[in-house]
Ligand binder design. Structure first.
Ligand SMILES: Cc1cc2nc3c(=O)[nH]c(=O)nc-3n(C[C@H](O)[C@H](O)[C@H](O)COP(=O)(O)O)c2cc1C
Length: 290
């Protein structure tokens, strides 16, 4: 078993920790986490993604602000840096894999916070020796949790970190606009709930899921300015909402796996009409697949 506790419990426990005890991560904890990073399997779409745990310097912590991240990270003593090679679903794989690392760290009792920004040409990219082909879409701060202080509460309030959209906005039956109830979701109610409570960049929760028989189609409802603009493309800034979709897939698959629900990922857009603009098909979970 990957984690010591049920994954649903770990997902519920995770939060964006922005204030840490200023104490280096103990060697045995560093080793456990690094071992996990080196043994990590592939994401659902097989992109080349790798991770490294690095010690945080004062300079790194200060540099964060200039890299497009928000919120003030206080006292983090480590960063998990990841690099993704070029491929069609590399950012989804990155999100999926980094989130599995975060859940592992949460299970160990460590605090974490996703930090998305323009890391690809930064000192963080150097720490993982990122090649010109690789993207560093986000890093994760890691360390021992200091009790939730005012600073954590404030950032959470600004981005509405404790709020989540209701089921009716996120999950649908056969087509957009027909809400899916937890009863109708049946054994998949828990995997969907784990998607709903997951983290996302500025808490936008872009995931939309349609149940169609045994298939669960994942769509991304973009926020304007998050990856769809020319500037975004020209500057090669990682598309954080695709990373959010990977996080959703990680929570969904892990919670389903724990319930013994079998399935596999596929990329084949169904003929379902999408709402207005900025909604894109991501991938489908084909359930009952033996
Ligand atoms: C891809 C991604 C990027 C994020 N970037 C930042 C960031 O730069 N600064 C920050 O303080 N929080 C960041 N967050 C954390 C979100 O704000 C947080 O997950 C969300 O508000 C929900 O709160 P929670 O994680 O405490 O449940 C990021 C989250 C994700 C998934």
């Amino acid at each position: 078993m990957l984690y010591s506790k049920p994954v649903t419990e770990i997902i519920e426990k995770r939060f964006s920790c922005r204030t840490y005890i200023d104490k280096p991560i103990a060697e045995e904890d560093r080793e456990r986490l690094s071992d996990y990073l080196s043994a990590i399997g592939a994401g659902p779409f097989g992109a080349a993604v790798r991770f490294r745990l690095v010690a945080a310097t004062d300079q790194d912590r200060k540099a964060l602000k200039g890299l497009g991240t928000y919120g003030f990270i206080k006292g983090a003593t480590g960063f998990i840096v990841g690099a993704a090679g070029p491929s069609r679903k590399n950012l989804e794989d990155f999100g999926y894999m980094m989130e599995s690392v975060i859940l592992f760290a949460t299970d160990m009792g460590l605090g974490t916070c996703w930090l998305g920004g323009t890391f690809t040409r930064s000192s963080f990219a150097k720490k993982i020796s990122a090649t010109v082909e690789e993207l560093v879409p986000a890093v994760t701060s890691v360390g021992y949790i200091l009790k939730k202080e005012q600073s954590d509460v404030t950032v959470r309030q600004i981005v509405g970190g404790h709020n989540r959209q209701p089921w009716g906005n996120l999950f649908f039956r056969e087509k957009f606009g027909i809400p899916l109830s937890p009863d109708e979701a049946g054994s998949y109610a828990a995997p969907l709930e784990m998607v709903r409570i997951g983290p996302s960049a500025t808490n936008k929760q872009p995931w939309r899921i349609i149940k169609d028989g045994d298939s669960w189609h994942f769509y991304m409802q973009r926020t304007r300015g998050y990856g769809d603009t020319l500037t975004f493309k020209l500057l090669n800034i990682a598309d954080l909402q695709r990373v959010d979709m990977g996080i959703a897939m990680c929570h969904f698959e892990m919670a389903a796996g724990e319930l013994g629900l079998k399935g596999r990922w596929d990329i084949k857009e169904p003929k379902i009409e999408k709402p207005a603009s900025l909604c894109e098909y991501s991938a489908s979970w084909i359930g009952n697949f033996l």
